[in-house]
Write a protein that binds this ligand. Structure first.
Ligand code: GLC
Length: 428
């Protein structure tokens, strides 16, 4: 399933998603235009005032790097139709706002300078283009005059634009490692959908692969891609397509919105986010975690706090993430724990989500582990093999553990980390 072209992706596991556009000024979700049924004219106030004077892409790249993120994906264009780069195909672009400059190029440069791979998100939907036809997601779907006028639109002109912009992005911005296309719309409420036929997906993918043969493409063109992309939920198990395990990536927000949302308060804790990363890798997937920078160009303090918290954990525990995947199926993971496994080093990582009192029993692992340690400080964890007796203060006893059980003797106090990890060196 993993090939030479995709190996970096399944090794790196953790990326930064960036949603940045005019909606940062509305500060109430990147879908605000559609949710509030805003016309081009009504939304134009943000275009006139987009001026991220505190934008410091090196700082963004530093935050991602220190969080342990190895690739990034940024919205070159979101559904609102605004281009964050100096496109030659539209005036609705960043260089015509008070920002007055291409904001994409310095971002890609800054991340690449830290060895972070560069990915682009490109919205298939476009609520601004004069030839994008109305659909169930369009902001003006209930505006009868607009719907009527939409019938005169020439769809092929939009497709030419979409192909043309993609060509610009994939030929003028250096090596692009990931392309995240978003998304195909099922038919609904009497509106026709938009999918592989409308996007001309096969021809589109040919163009992309011709320009960037190594690129990884996601799965939202309604044809299979390199990456399956569940959004804002944790899959139960390794994702399968037609019965086959596939390369997959969960994308998540810190707080429910992708674009900057000032008043959103349901921010996930660092502990929860680390657990989500571990859970994902333990099921063979990647995590793409989103920040929505502000209209001033900063990653807001709530996101910074979480990135730093994750980085604090990653600094000591990234061995259980990079190069890791699901554990071989014969290893039964104890309750409240997650395994990840590195096939290269043959080490198994036990992540303890809820710290138990003193003993952790690993069924089926007796005789298979050479050495065990806490990953945060490399302190030995002593092991009791099989049905061997444990020494207790009130004398030796064995409460009927099976011979294939390996028991770990844990300290009473967990280490002071978001999620404790025990590194198990398996016998070869
Ligand atoms: C979506 C949404 C969106 C967000 C994205 C993240 O389907 O339309 O606003 O950009 O997925 O993957």
């Amino acid at each position: 399933m993993t090939t030479d072209r995709t190996a970096w992706f399944t090794h790196d596991r953790f990326g930064m998603y960036i949603h940045w556009g005019l909606y940062a000024l509305g500060a109430r979700h990147e879908w605000m235009r559609s949710r509030e049924f805003l016309s081009n004219e009504q939304y134009n106030k943000y275009f006139k005032r987009f001026d991220p004077d505190l934008y410091d892409p090196e700082l963004w790249a530093k935050l991602a790097d220190e969080a342990g993120m190895k690739y990034m994906v940024v919205t070159a264009k979101h559904h609102e139709g605004f281009s964050l780069w100096d496109t030659q195909l539209s005036d609705y672009k960043v260089t015509n706002t008070p920002a007055g400059r291409d904001l994409l190029r310095p971002m890609l440069d800054a991340f690449r300078a830290r060895d972070i791979k560069a990915g682009l998100y490109y919205s298939l939907l476009d609520w601004h283009h004069p030839h994008y036809t109305v659909d169930v997601k369009h902001p003006q779907r209930y505006d009868a005059a607009f719907v009527e006028q939409s019938k005169q639109r020439d769809w092929q002109q939009y497709i030419d634009y979409m192909f043309g912009q993609t060509e610009e992005l994939l030929s003028k911005y250096g090596k692009i490692d990931v392309l995240f296309l978003d998304f195909s719309i099922p038919p609904e409420q009497g509106f026709p959908g938009k999918g592989k036929k409308e996007w001309q997906s096969e021809k589109f993918v040919e163009l992309v692969r011709r320009l960037q043969p190594q690129i990884m493409i996601n799965d939202r063109l309604q044809i299979p891609g390199d990456i399956t992309t569940p959004e804002q939920y944790q899959p139960r198990e390794w994702i399968k397509v037609n019965g086959e395990k596939v390369i997959w990536e969960a994308c998540h927000t810190f707080s429910g919105s992708w674009g900057y949302y000032r008043d959103e308060e349901s921010w996930k804790s660092v502990d929860m986010l680390v657990k989500m990363l571990v859970d994902t890798v333990g099921k063979g997937g990647n995590l793409l975690l989103n920040v929505g920078p502000t209209g001033r160009g900063e990653i807001d303090e709530r996101a910074v706090e979480r990135l730093k918290g994750m980085g604090e954990w990653m600094r000591r525990h990234n061995r259980s993430i990079y190069g890791c995947t699901a554990a071989p199926e014969q290893f039964r993971c104890p309750d409240d724990c997650r395994f990840t496994y590195n096939p290269e080093t043959n080490r198994l990582y036990l992540h303890i989500f809820s710290w138990p009192f003193k003993h952790l029993h690993l069924y089926g692992l007796s005789g298979q582990v050479e050495y065990a340690q806490l990953l945060n400080d490399a302190s030995e964890i002593r092991m009791v093999e099989g049905a061997q007796e444990m020494t207790m203060e009130a004398g030796a006893f064995n409460e009927g553990r099976s011979a294939d059980t390996l028991t770990l003797e844990l300290p009473i106090k967990p280490p002071n980390v978001a999620v404790p990890v025990i590194e198990l060196f398996l016998k070869s």
